[in-house]
Structure formats: structure tokens, C-alpha cells
Design a protein around this ligand. Structure first.
Ligand code: KG4
Ligand code: ZN
Length: 341
């Protein structure tokens, strides 16, 4: 069963064809990073316009790369939440138009839930045998822990109460004037730095046993280290050597990774499972992958990362989850709304 997936929730226009929720026949992503880089973040109006230009060519390319035509497609799956309203509207409207004109069912998926299940694509031999599991979604907008009993139920265990992990990476990179998006830049620079150079950067655990996250404190702590407490004084960042920035990047990353790994292990214990999935853009992070693998192995827990191309925003993860929703008869109407949150 072939599902055409469509993604447009933030700054990536994407389409993919996935068979039976596990075989990725194509996965096309048109990134807008170059358009937003000079503003240091995503500009919603620019994002919507770029989606509008890209959506049809991207869908055509996904169909051509997969070697399929409309008669081979069984359903169209689209993320209708959460995201930027103007961006979501482009993908959802395109998905509705394609579903209607091809006479195919429409399936709605939640973007974050797709990230949560996306690690299953790493094991196409028997993805459903991986459940039940705990899933950690670490993206630019979300840091969430879920319990996944099966493909039709998903239970939120913990979430971020302020800045998401990816947002903290991006903001710390901006403070250090490293460029955008910050996650991959910090990941690379941190390899040259000492993760113990700034031991006082906070690890925010919140209340004992809490599975929620907070990353705004560490971002502010980095800001104070770089600027001092006087925000009106000129920033000292231009005087920082590459080595000093690398030390800060490594120390910041180590603090975030400690909390992400610690809380994922707590969630696994609480859910009574032996398997953790990691997805979302920050799940590409090399230090997180290494620390999570080491800690999980020590405790006899299996950790499965989404393949790197399925970590950052993509439509294959929507086509995969869309297959399970479609199989369960969960279809959307053509009046499907878009929802920001
Ligand atoms: O999942 P994603 O593509 O988009 C959202 O749904 O938000 O995640 C984007 C986030 C950005 O904040 C980016 O800086 C971060 O993922 N990211 C990384 C890495 N690659 C991407 N963060 C840390 N290390 C990386 N290697
Ligand atoms: Zn995402």
C-alpha cells in the first residue's frame, strides 16, 4: 500500500512515497534554510511563499523518484498540526486538492507524532514488533516524551515548558554568533571543545521525577557568561577565540544531553518497556547519540534513532504514520483544519 506524504509545517517543503509504513520509495525535501539564514530564524511569511512555489514540484519529484503514478497511490497523508499556520495551509491545501482530484482518501497526522514513530523506519523488517516503546522527540519546537503502546495509541509523558532543545541550540549559536541553524554548527564545533570547561551551566531537572523539560535557563546562563549581567554593555563574543567558543558549545551541549538522556531513561523505567526511540532534528546530534547509546546499553535498553534523513523535517515519517492511520480507518475530510498548536 503506497502512501503519498506531504510536509510543510515550518521551513521545509517535503513529499515522500512510502509503502506499507516501512519501505521509503522516495523522500524529497526542499529546504528554505538559505532564505531564512540572514534573518537568524524562520520568517513565517517568507516560509509560506516558498512552500507555495515548491509544493507541486516537490510532489512531482517524489512521485517520479518512487517510479509511481497516481493509480499506484492508496492515500494522501499530510501534517495538519502543529506548525506555522500559513505554512501548514500550503501543504494541507495541496494534499486536499491532490486527494480530491485523484479520488484518494485523505489522512491527517500530527507532525510531532510522526517524529515519535519515525525510528520504526530504521527497522523495515518488522517495525511493529518494536512496540511498545518510549519515544523522545527533540526538535526545534518540541521536546516531548511519549509512550507508544502500539501504532494507534500515543500517550504524552512529558514536554517542554519553555524553549525546546533545538531552539536552545539555535539561540546559543546566535549568542555565540556561529550562524543558523545552530544545532549542526554547535555539534561540529563542540568536538573541538572541553565539555567540562563551564561546569556551572545548569542541568534543569524540574521537580523530582518530572518528565517535563526546561531549556530557557541554560540559554540565559550562556548569555550571562558571554555578555556578563549588564545587557547594555557591548557583547564580549567578538573577543572570544574559536577555542573558547568551542568550550562553551561543548559545555552547553553536554548539559542538554545529560538532561535528555536522564529523562529518557526515567521514562523508559516508568513505562515498563525496554526500548527507546529518538527522533526530531536534535536526534542527529552526535553527542546525544553517543551518550544515549552508552547509557542505554549499560542498562540493557535498546535505543533506536530515526535515520538522519527522517530526523529533520520530512514527509516520509508522515507517509509511514499515515499508513497506520489509514489501515485503522482514520480518515480526514476535505474540511480538515490546520492547527498551530
Ligand atoms: O525536527 P526539526 O527539523 O524541525 C522541527 O520540527 O522543529 O528540528 C530542527 C532543529 C533545529 O533547532 C536544529 O538546530 C536542530 O534541530 N538540529 C540539531 C542538529 N541537527 C539539527 N541540533 C543539535 N545537533 C544537531 N546535529
Ligand atoms: Zn519537526
Amino acid at each position: 500500500m503506497n502512501i503519498l506524504g506531504i510536509e510543510s509545517s515550518c521551513d521545509e517543503t517535503a513529499a515522500a512515497v512510502v509503502a506499507d509504513g516501512k519501505i521509503v520509495r522516495s523522500n524529497v525535501v526542499a529546504s528554505q534554510i538559505d532564505l531564512h539564514a540572514k534573518y537568524g530564524g524562520v520568517v513565517p511569511e517568507i516560509a509560506s511563499r516558498a512552500h507555495l512555489e515548491q509544493i507541486i514540484p516537490v510532489v512531482r519529484e517524489a512521485m517520479a523518484t518512487a517510479g509511481v503514478t497516481e493509480s499506484d497511490i492508496d492515500a494522501v497523508a499530510v501534517a495538519n498540526r502543529p506548525g506555522l499556520i500559513g505554512s501548514l495551509l500550503i501543504g494541507v491545501t495541496a494534499a486536499k486538492a491532490i486527494a480530491w482530484s485523484w479520488g484518494k482518501p485523505l489522512v491527517a497526522v500530527n507532525h510531532i507524532h510522526s517524529h515519535a514513530y519515525s525510528a520504526m523506519i530504521a527497522r523495515p523488517e518488522a517495525p511493529e514488533e518494536l512496540l511498545p516503546a518510549v519515544a523522545m522527540v527533540v526538535s526545534g519546537g518540541h521536546t516531548s516524551l511519549y509512550f507508544l503502546p502500539d501504532t494507534s495509541r500515543i500517550e504524552l509523558m512529558g514536554r517542554c515548558i519553555d524553549d525546546a532543545a533545538g531552539e536552545a541550540f539555535d539561540k546559543v549559536a546566535a549568542i555565540l554568533k556561529l550562524g543558523y541553524p545552530g544545532g549542526p554548527i554547535i555539534d561540529t564545533l563542540a568536538r573541538e571543545g572541553n565539555p567540562k570547561a563551564f561546569p556551572k551551566l545548569p542541568r534543569t531537572w524540574l521537580a523530582a521525577g518530572s518528565l517535563d523539560f526546561s531549556f530557557s535557563g541554560i540559554k540565559t546562563a550562556v548569555l550571562y557568561q558571554v555578555h556578563g549581567q549588564d545587557m547594555l554593555a557591548p557583547s564580549k563574543v567578538d573577543e572570544m577565540s574559536r577555542g573558547a567558543k568551542a568550550d562553551m558549545a561543548a559545555s552547553f551541549q553536554a548539559a542538554v544531553v545529560d538532561v535528555l538522556v536522564g529523562k529518557t531513561l526515567m521514562a523508559v523505567e516508568r513505562a515498563g518497556v525496554r526500548r527507546a526511540f529518538l527522533g526530531g532534528g536534535v536526534a542527529c546530534n552526535s553527542a546525544l547519540r553517543a551518550a544515549m547509546t552508552a547509557a542505554a546499553t549499560e542498562r540493557g535498553i535498546e535505543v533506536i534513532f530515526s535515520p538522519p534523513a527522517m530526523c529533520t523535517d520530512n514527509a516520509a515519517m508522515h507517509a509511514a504514520l499515515g499508513f497506520y492511520r489509514f489501515r485503522a480507518g482514520q480518515l480526514a475530510d476535505l474540511d480538515l483544519p490546520v492547527v498551530a498548536g
